[in-house]
Unconditional design. Sequence first.
Length: 306
Amino acid sequence: MAPTFAEATAVRAIDSHTYAANLDSEWCVGSVPHGGVVTSVFLRVAAAHFHTTLAAQNQPHTISLHLEFLRRTQEGSATLVVRDVKLGRQTSTIHVALSQYGLEEVVGYLTQSNMDTETGLSLRTPWSLHPHPLPPPADFAALLTPGKDPNWVEQTEKPYAKFRKVSNRVRTFLPREGQLAPGLVDEWLRLDSGENFTNESLGFVCDHFPSVIEGLWRREMNDKGLLSFWYPTVVLNLDVKKTLPPEGVEWLFVRVQTKCVKNGRMDLDIVILDDGGEIVALSHHVVLVVGSERNLAARRNGQTKI
């Protein structure tokens, strides 16, 4: 039985600045743990660190995250070492490095604050999603019954589901008549386990979506079937705008869009909204587009480079 999201991203303190995690195969793409799961592990380390070692800072919320994926991670145990970089009154920053089998594989900086006590200038901007997304479901409970919503339908045929095992852990709902434009994906997400999304889940939410290049591929390749690609993240940034309730939320909306796919590399801009249409988080990724065989290639001499 697959572990729940909470179990798959759980961390355990070894000492004041060292944490252990276990990356499970059921939350992998091929042989590599899903990058969003790894990102949520980093968020859980930050939450734990500021709840214990740095509790006096009273900064429980990650407001910014920057990760560099140096090498392929793999299922199994991982160690995360924290370095306190800057401790401040309004914000504090830590550096976290994830290692497996003696190799440093993912490194990042996370900035913490207390979003419940933040004060300062707030202004409304004229920004909105373009093209405007379809109306949200009027009844999210009814959305779980096929055919009940006129605009959204569950993705039941998931491409390469055995390769992308992580896709079986999430229920994804897409526009019934197809995406609004090539290079763009709109979706509503719900964890298959019934768990709610929390702020620590945002690392996963910002990195889980159907292939954003499928529409572009069909347009340029005259409907030739999409090849089996792997999309390893090189850099992931997350800007958190809102705290979710402590008990979490069941549904989140995600828009993913790319501006340029060139020479096996693409950008991704991600907007996460709650069911009231408020911005929860923004994210930007630098991603490679490579053959899926790269994911499954043997790891030689301890090397796990992408």
